[in-house]
Ligand binder design. Structure first.
Ligand SMILES: *Cc1c(COP(=O)(O)O)cnc(C)c1O
Length: 418
């Protein structure tokens, strides 16, 4: 468990989408980048629920599918045919995501559906992966059964990795919110002819852009920060490899794992505020983590009760490398810290009871919503320590969240006679 002095919060620098004028910030792009798709005068984009669309009434402009150029459905302005392929709300969502992720993007029914699509596309013999979101291991388990795919640890990368293999890197990584060095893994993958796949769910724009460090494919569970309101399930893949993009779109048509019309509509509604939400959640997390880390070491507000319950805190801002001004952590997360952190309680019994003593944190799994969540992680992940609590910081003020934690720890300490 690390307990280093928390670094000062660093100023976010927003990555600029290549297709926007340089003066457009992320938040401006999120509000205006899909304007060219407007077909009505509605300010709020309409929800189109149709699964099927009329063909042209002019026989001369009917192009039979045998003559349609490959990927034609992905061409902007192409007519919609059937919503398993393209639909107005998913296309609008994809056009926004393409601009903010700096690469053509496709949406899926869930984050795991997107991960499934990655391994269907690449069909690797071996995948380097250590820890992270348990569901990714579930998907790889299916491929182990179907194709004989074999997993190995990132720690054994240099000895094991070969041509066509995949490095599956989640950063920041579940459930600790700590960063992994993208540039390091990207270099190694490239040298060996392997691919770097990045699960970037825990640091959406503006926090990081894995393409800068050389990611080949970037995945997000859109259920988390893109959705942002704990009310939609969605996955996203982004890649600059045009051949992959065409195959992914083709595979999606036949796997049938596209995001639904309603979810895509909700997704656009949610993306409108992504920039302000994530910046605030990120800033609050930096402050909360710095407070808790100091309190664990006996300094600052509530230190006495924090020390009775909390053993240690984990977050990217507490990684030793995060203190170096020009170090890889700050370069990689140039837009701010990830809004998820974890702490360990002094015992399993305490960890299990902490959520019941809080009033602002909802005891639930998942992350990325506007409301703060805390999870006794043993409830959903059998591989982590039973003393671990994972915290997803929402939009409440960080001082209110801090005071709720202090009050909860105090109540628990009194009940347990600590
Ligand atoms: C939630 C999550 C997933 C899975 O996404 P779903 O939308 O729930 O399928 C994958 N990776 C990470 C890091 C996640 O947090």
């Amino acid at each position: 468990m690390q307990s280093n002095p928390a670094p000062d919060s660093h100023a976010p620098t927003l990555p600029q989408p290549p297709s926007s004028p340089p003066s457009r910030t992320l938040q401006t792009t999120l509000l205006h980048a899909d304007t060219p798709l407007n077909k009505t005068t509605d300010v709020a984009p309409p929800l189109h629920v149709s699964t099927t669309y009329q063909y042209s009434s002019t026989p001369a402009s009917l192009i039979p599918s045998r003559d349609a150029p490959p990927q034609s459905a992905l061409t902007p302005g192409a007519p919609h045919i059937y919503s398993r392929e393209t639909a107005p709300n998913t296309t609008r969502l994809e056009s926004l995501l393409t601009q903010i992720l700096n690469a053509p993007s496709l949406v899926y029914g869930s984050g795991l559906a997107a991960i499934f699509a990655i391994y269907t596309l690449l069909n690797p013999r071996k995948v380097a992966i250590t820890g992270g979101y348990h569901g990714a291991h579930g998907v790889l388990g299916i491929f182990e059964r179907l194709t004989g795919l074999r997993k190995f640890k990132l720690e054994d990368l240099e000895a094991e990795i070969g041509e066509g293999d995949v490095v599956h890197l989640e950063t920041p990584v579940n459930p600790y919110g700590e960063a992994r060095d993208l540039a390091f893994y990207s270099r190694l993958a490239r040298e060996r002819g392997a691919w770097l796949v990045v699960d970037a769910t825990l640091a959406p724009p503006p926090l990081q852009d894995p393409f800068v460090q050389g990611a080949d494919l970037v995945m997000h569970s859109g259920t988390k920060y893109f959705g942002g309101h704990s009310d939609l399930l969605m996955g996203v893949l982004a890649t600059r490899n045009q051949e992959w993009l065409g195959r992914l779109a083709g595979d999606r048509l036949f796997m049938g794992n596209v995001a639904g019309n309603m979810e895509a509509w909700l997704g656009v509604r949610s993306l409108r505020t992504l920039g302000v939400r994530v910046e605030r959640q990120s800033a609050s997390t930096g402050l909360l983590v710095a407070w808790m880390d100091r309190a664990v070491r006996g300094e600052g507000k509530g230190a006495e009760v924090v020390q009775k319950v909390v053993e240690g805190v984990r977050h990217v801002s507490l990684q030793p490398e995060a203190r170096e001004e020009g170090g890889w952590v700050r370069k990689q997360m140039s837009g701010g810290w990830g809004p998820l952190f974890a702490f360990t309680a002094r015992s399993e019994e305490l960890a299990k009871k902490v959520p019941s003593k809080l009033s602002l944190f909802v005891h639930a799994t998942s992350l990325g919503g506007v409301e703060s969540l805390i999870e006794w992680r043993a409830m959903s992940d059998s591989t982590c320590s039973p003393t671990l609590l994972r915290v997803s910081v929402g939009l409440e003020s960080w001082e209110n969240l801090r005071d709720d934690l202090i009050k909860g720890f105090a109540a628990l300490a009194e009940e347990e006679k600590l």
